[in-house]
Unconditional design. Sequence first.
Length: 144
Amino acid sequence: MRTVIAGLLLLVLAVPASQPAAPSATFHHFHFRVGDPAAAMNHGASALNGTRVLLRGLGVGVRVGGVHALFDRADASEAPTARSATPDAAYAAAAAWLRSHGVEIKEEAKGSASREALAEMFPSEILDHVGFTASDLPSAIAAL
């Protein structure tokens, strides 16, 4: 009997405790500052067969394949050449930073293709930021 109990105890000690799943995030949007937000929205919707959207608190934009490009009006003093990174490079940097802080980036084939299409659609606009969404926001915030 002691041998069986000792064997079970060794088995329990040898099996690592299950680690909680890493928090995850999914790309949500590129946010651009443009000369004419309505024109940018219409251009993206027409060229990519997207849906025009108004996201409360975020602005106007276009949704393609579940991801978005959002637009705010640029100041007259801002020039598109003031952009420091391409949308693809900014996405890659943001995703790498999130991963380095323990947040897994979920990629969906449809969303990834749509993100790339939106990045290519607005290569010369001023990219304000890249937005992600998390299914478990408190865990993602705790990881960061």
